[in-house]
Write a protein that binds this ligand. Structure first.
Ligand code: AHR
Length: 515
């Protein structure tokens, strides 16, 4: 008898059960308890002044020969728009902790060069600053999420920035913005009070940061007049003590708390391993480590409940993704890595986890949008390539702002050595009269059939079905071969009465839409 796993649920009133069939892999949809919205901001992005994310990746300047819209690469803007990118975090990351925004406004030729201390020590010309970022957000239709400098900045600097960006009054900062060519204030929805204040953002203890959070937040509110959500700097991975102290001392002074978690295939920051040159062992361990996100959110959320039982303060996972060794030959401080079918599975299964925690997780920002870490897009001169992770964001966008349908999942194990993880991951949502179901098969060696019980959904047909898989677990898209991993139409399913039977190829992700 094969080992099976039950992945729990979920619903407020308890268990619901599986239909009596012999299937090894089953997913039941609990339509009766579908009452949480999957916040579209879970599909958010992050663009830092790091390596070739901003310069080269997003911004080439209006005089570039690369086709651009006022300096923004047209191919990148089009590709990001296709994802319905809801929110974009900027300027960092650690870069935000040394960024002084006044250096980056005014006539471009008069802007001071700055040194990017954390990322390669490169000198930047500051041609991409506040105007360029906020106008990009407008172009993309995304909400801006600004990370204020608490590490080496000041309250004064932050409130000046707030006034510059958001005031429509006759006051110096708003007038300076007008002089610099922008009459109307921008609509800034999110303000991060520090980034990684426990590390590159000031190496602080949670007690000290809590006091700073209270101070900065107060003035962010006074000068921002309730215009945006103030995001407190959260923990490094599983540092629940940080969450306990910051929530205990400052929960009232923030509108969200963040957390950062990166997947390291080896579990060793000193030897992260290659993005492309790996076998099944590192494929397995990367997926296993990515799955740790579930425990992490549950435990941070429980700690937050201690101080905020009504869940007023949401959790923003505002940095996540797989972090590997940089590509051989690239500048180490630029964090440029390829992106494989393994990373697509990490993205899909992480979204399944975020959906499950839709009551607490209201934003997530994958690191990062272009050319850095688990990127959506890679560029080389005028060429660009969409990564497998990009395709998952595209396939999963049907879940944005949809109602989460709790799922009960029974899965075979995917075993490697002495360890095992569930072979199947899945999620479901409903929106505009349609039901969206995503399923992943993590087993790289065997196809898997899943029976999805859709009783109660009143569904009669599958109207859309797409599949992402690849020849190998480490298949990638390259500039010469950009379509090795790309979604195709999927047909290996059957909807009979109230059971949808889906057969998933090895290492694959499927999204189906039913009505
Ligand atoms: O995303 C890369 C870096 O990871 C960010 O700058 C920092 O916040 C985190 O440590």
């Amino acid at each position: 008898m094969k080992l099976k796993r039950l992945i729990f649920v979920i619903s407020a009133i308890g268990l619901f059960t599986f239909s009596q069939t012999n299937a090894q892999n089953k997913m039941n949809l609990d339509f009766a308890h579908a009452d949480q919205t999957i916040n579209k901001n879970i599909y958010g992005h992050f663009a830092e002044h790091l390596g070739r994310c901003i310069y080269d990746g997003i911004w080439v300047g209006p005089d570039s020969e690369i086709p651009n819209i006022n300096g923004y690469r047209k191919d990148i803007v089009d590709a990001l728009k296709e994802l319905n990118i809801p929110v974009l975090r900027w300027p960092g990351g650690c870069f935000a902790d040394t960024y002084h925004w006044k250096d980056g406004v005014g006539p471009v030729e008069e802007r001071a060069n700055i040194k990017n201390y954390f990322w390669g020590g490169v000198i930047e010309d500051n041609s991409f600053g506040t105007h360029e970022f906020l106008n990009l957000c407008e172009l993309l239709g995304a909400d801006p999420y600004i990370s204020a400098n608490v590490g080496s900045g000041s309250v004064e600097e932050m409130v000046d920035w707030i006034e510059y960006m958001t005031s429509d009054e006759d006051i110096p900062m708003a007038n300076w913005r007008r002089e610099n060519g922008r009459e109307e204030p921008w609509d800034v929805k999110f303000l991060g009070i520090g980034n990684e204040s426990w590390g590159c953002g000031g190496d602080m203890r949670p007690e000290y940061y809590s006091d700073l959070l209270r101070q900065y937040s107060l003035y962010a509110r006074v000068y921002g007049e309730g215009k945006f959500q103030r995001v407190g700097c959260g923990a490094n991975g599983s540092d629940y003590h940080w969450t306990d102290i910051v929530m205990g001392r400052a929960a009232r002074h923030m509108d969200a708390l963040s957390v950062h978690y990166y997947t390291i295939a080896t579990g060793d920051w000193g030897n992260k391993s290659s993005a492309t040159d790996f076998g099944e062992e590192l494929y397995f361990s990367a997926l296993q480590n990515a799955g740790h996100m579930d425990e992490l959110i549950s435990k941070h959320s429980a700690m937050m409940d201690k101080h905020d039982p009504h869940k007023r303060v949401p959790l923003f996972v505002d940095e996540w993704g797989i972090w590997t060794d940089p590509e051989p030959g690239s500048t180490p401080g630029f964090l440029y890595q390829q992106n494989s079918m393994r990373d697509a599975l990490i993205a899909a299964t992480t979204f399944d986890i975020f959906h499950k925690h839709a009551d607490r997780v209201k934003m997530a920002n994958i690191a990062q949008a272009v050319n850095v870490l688990q990127a959506m897009i890679l560029t080389e001169d005028d060429k660009m390539v969409l990564t497998p992770t990009y395709h998952i964001f595209n396939m999963y966008k049907v879940h944005q702002d949809a109602t989460y349908i709790p799922v009960l999942l029974q899965s075979e194990d995917y075993k490697y050595g002495e360890e095992s993880i569930p072979a199947i991951s899945g999620t479901a949502s409903k929106k505009d009269g349609k039901v969206n179901i995503s399923l992943s098969n993590l087993n790289p060696n065997e196809k898997k059939t899943v029976e999805v019980d859709v009783e109660g959904g009143n569904l009669s047909s599958v109207i859309n079905a797409s599949l992402l898989t690849a020849p190998k677990i480490n298949s990638v898209n390259t500039f010469d071969n950009p379509e090795v991993v790309k979604p195709v139409e999927f047909s290996d399913y059957k909807l009979k009465k109230e059971t949808l039977t889906v057969t998933l190829p090895p290492h694959s992700v499927v999204t189906l839409q039913l009505q």
